[in-house]
Design a protein around this ligand. Structure first.
Ligand code: ZN
Length: 454
């Protein structure tokens, strides 16, 4: 080889091999889309039984955000985050059935999450006894929910049609405002904080973060979780609570990015003090800053492989309600009386209540190393702390996915009793408590699914 051409030839060769590597390196693909779901007509807000009328205006818009991921072998995983308090089993089933028909997605591939904001719209059959609806209000809710279900399916198809090559990264940040609401009295919180005494009870302050970048390195999506009830605001204006403020802040800091929040295992976690827009905004900014700080640290690249598994685990009820129980139900709160009346009507119409509930559990393995466990309802924080011990410290676990089943206590919380230990009737179930082995049953199911994706 002529030495004069050698440097140029080498450069050409290395450029050629760089192109080859880029072309041959398997990549993820991703498609994203968002839906503005701010109601245009006066609808009831979800999550509190104490509201007396529909919403009046908004603090900010409400969104459903969709991210379809596709591994190098073509296997897809759908992440939906939403400014919703929860969805009923009927909505979950409807969306799954339509996504199967339209896009070929199975339950194992569908991660439909809700931030659990208590300032989003009430949906059909979800916490329905909370609200003193008349026929017209119920009809409006049904109409809105049906349109929302259809819109999600349409937009998932849209996202699936816009897939482009991306890289995916995993990391985590931390934010300290989540408080164990069972172990710290809200009325004493200012006093407790001022005393410098540490707050009590288990918490999970991690902010798990999945980052999607375009081939040019530009940020495209930030999917982040946190374990803390989005019930800081009990106003009559639509909002995503602190999580809404966090997503807005991130989308302002990183123009063009889709910021997607999901609720982790926050069944027994809350923010204190709360009650004002300023406090919700402050925690939202704290969470956004946690994400920003995590982004500035080195991240783990996630190889473009995806394994997904799903199962329904039957969770038995401790004692199924009889007509006699319902006629003499001791809790005289209006929403319990509405529930008892509705359930009694079902029994009188000849229905037999089931003795257990099919609880939805899903496990993903991204890149061979990142486990992501997603469960229905409102699991308490013990579930995520346990999963880290069992499967490693980078394991992500969230509730508030699939249908809003009910509170999901650990054995500890079940034995302690209290609000998160039972109260299944609030969710329209025909019982007040699970059997005490609820945690064992879920753990066994998660272990089985983790085996399947490893
Ligand atoms: Zn809740």
């Amino acid at each position: 080889m002529d030495r004069r051409f050698f440097p140029a030839a080498t450069m050409l060769l290395s450029m050629f091999s760089a192109v080859l590597v880029a072309a041959e390196t398997p990549l993820w693909k991703a498609g994203m889309v968002r839906i503005n779901i701010t109601p245009r007509e006066p609808l009831w807000m979800a999550g509190f039984a104490a509201r007396h009328r529909p919403a009046e205006g908004k603090l900010h818009d409400l969104w459903i955000k969709i991210l379809m991921l596709e591994a190098a072998d073509g296997h897809r995983g759908l992440i939906v985050t939403s400014d919703l308090c929860g969805i009923s089993k009927t909505t979950y089933e409807t969306v799954c059935k339509e996504l199967k028909r339209r896009c070929g997605l199975t339950r194992a591939q569908i991660k439909f999450t809700y931030s659990h904001t208590h300032s989003g719209p009430a949906l059909r059959e979800c916490l329905q006894d909370y609200y003193p609806w008349d026929e017209a209000a119920r009809e409006r809710v049904t109409r809105y929910t049906l349109a929302l279900e259809q819109s999600v399916v349409e937009h998932v198809c849209d996202a699936a049609a816009r897939m482009e090559p991306v890289t995916v990264w995993a990391t985590q940040g931390t934010a300290d405002f989540g408080v164990n609401r069972r172990n710290n009295r809200e009325s004493r919180i200012d006093e407790l904080l001022a005393s410098g005494e540490p707050l009590k009870g288990p918490v999970d302050h991690r902010v798990p973060l999945l980052v999607v970048r375009g081939r040019d390195g530009r940020l495209k999506a930030l999917v982040f979780g946190y374990a803390c009830h989005t019930s800081m605001l009990a106003l009559y204006q639509w909002s995503g609570d602190y999580a809404g403020f966090a997503q807005i802040a991130l989308e302002e800091r990183y123009p063009g990015v889709q910021a997607m929040f999901y609720q982790a295992c926050g069944g027994d976690q809350g923010a204190m003090p709360r009650g004002t827009i300023e406090l919700a905004r402050k925690n939202g900014l704290k969470l956004a800053t946690a994400v920003q700080e995590a982004l500035n640290q080195p991240m783990r690249p996630v190889a473009p492989t995806l394994k997904t598994a799903f199962a329904f685990v039957p969770l038995p009820f401790e004692r199924v309600m009889t007509a006699e129980d319902l006629k003499n139900f001791p809790n005289k709160n209006a929403h319990y009386q509405r529930w008892a009346k509705r359930m009694l009507k079902r029994l009188e119409a000849g229905e037999t209540f089931p003795t257990s509930y099919p609880y939805a559990v899903q496990v993903w393995n991204l890149g061979g190393r990142q486990l992501w466990i997603s469960m229905g309802g409102e699991p308490v924080v013990d579930y995520s702390l346990k999963a880290m011990k069992m499967f490693g410290p980078t394991t992500w676990t969230n509730g508030f996915t699939h249908d809003l089943t009910a509170y999901i206590p650990s054995r500890r919380v079940w034995e302690e009793g209290g609000y998160e230990g039972g109260y299944l009737g609030e969710y329209g179930l025909p019982a007040m408590r699970w059997t005490p082995d609820v945690e064992d049953r879920i753990t066994a199911c998660v272990e089985r699914l983790v085996e399947q994706v490893r």
